[in-house]
Design a protein around this ligand. Structure first.
Ligand SMILES: [Zn+2]
Length: 326
């Protein structure tokens, strides 16, 4: 079970730590034993600009950056909320070989860092490169453990007629490409706030990441959303605030709404019987966006709920059950 752990290290302390363990050795500043966080400072080459202040105004010292990670133990298909507080004007976070730009939030620069379904469990370094208003650059680090998720398997027996009736793989691929082209965009504003809400009430009928075994074959694929069973016409609400970037009928997902929450995070709602918003609408958390339905490739009324960060589909339930640490 991933605990709610914050990684907080003061910049000044970290500079001492870096001095104390020079000569290329790893620098751990885990004085309280909760986490290892390494911080390095890089002073830009060349002369520093001389600040000019009005007479009588004394310079305000910079608030040193602090790295805050929502949890140090994250599950496959989970997400980390990584924030850098203090006087930071921008930067990026690197994790598992990918880079994510920081987005300006209300009190920090932040990004949601996705962990894909097939990421290798174990310890991985997370690195935040930040820029300060005076031109200084710095690096903050934390060690994050990826925990394995046990995927469920749905065993299906299809007749040849049913197999023939399945949608053309090209149609499925084209739709995935359309969704991906939306999910990879990063709107450089925070459009969400507060907790993430369940978009409808009902039993979970298929979990995120569920694999399929057809006619006794090996389990394959991963279900890209969370299915919530509910009656046709039941209300579907926005999991958080944002801007509607898609509200139209698709072949596989039927009537679908996608909300941009800013900073590369999106939520999607599929198989709707009706859509209550239009593309470009700004919506609040809990606002009605449509109704549960059975449109597209679906065998009964349910909501297929997707969450994606930086183009990677994630387990939406982990945004509401606390296992992501936020
Ligand atoms: Zn589904």
């Amino acid at each position: 079970m991933a605990g709610r752990v914050s990684v907080v290290r003061r910049w000044v302390l970290a500079v001492f730590a870096a001095a104390a363990c020079a000569a290329g050795t790893a620098c751990s500043a885990g004085a309280d034993g909760t986490a290892d966080v390494t911080v390095r400072m890089v002073t830009p080459a060349g002369p520093s600009p001389t600040p000019t202040l009005p007479p009588g105004v004394s310079p305000t010292p910079l608030v040193p950056p602090e790295l805050v990670v929502s949890t140090l133990e994250v599950y496959q298909a989970g997400a980390l909320l990584v924030s850098v507080t203090g006087d930071v004007i921008g930067g990026q976070v690197q994790f598992l070989g990918r880079k994510y730009p920081l987005t300006k939030g209300s009190q920090s620069q932040y990004t949601f860092v996705p962990v894909d379904t097939d990421e290798l469990p174990g310890q991985h370094e997370l690195v935040a490169d930040v820029r300060l208003p005076n031109g200084t650059r710095g690096t903050l680090q934390a060690t994050v453990t990826v925990l394995p998720t046990q995927w469920t398997v749905d065993y299906l027996a299809f007749t040849p007629e049913q197999t023939a009736a399945l949608l053309d793989p090209q149609v499925v691929a084209d739709e995935l490409a359309l969704l991906k082209s939306i999910y990879v965009k990063v709107t450089p504003q925070k459009l969400w706030s507060g907790p993430w809400l369940l978009p409808t009430q009902g039993a979970i009928t298929a979990r995120f990441g569920e694999q399929r075994s057809v006619n006794g074959g090996a389990p394959s694929g991963h279900h890209g959303g969370t299915d919530i069973g509910a009656a046709e016409g039941a209300p579907v609400v926005a999991t958080n605030s944002g801007v509607v970037v898609l509200a139209r009928e698709l072949r596989v997902r039927g009537n679908m709404v996608i909300i941009d929450h800013g900073g590369g995070l999106y939520s999607g709602y599929a198989h709707l019987s009706s859509i209550a918003v239009a593309e470009g609408d700004r919506v609040e958390a809990g606002q009605l966006i449509g109704a549960v339905g059975n449109t597209g490739l679906s065998t009964g009324a349910h909501l297929h709920w997707e969450m994606a960060a930086h183009g990677i589909l994630l387990d939406a339930l982990r945004f509401t059950d606390g296992t992501n640490g936020f």
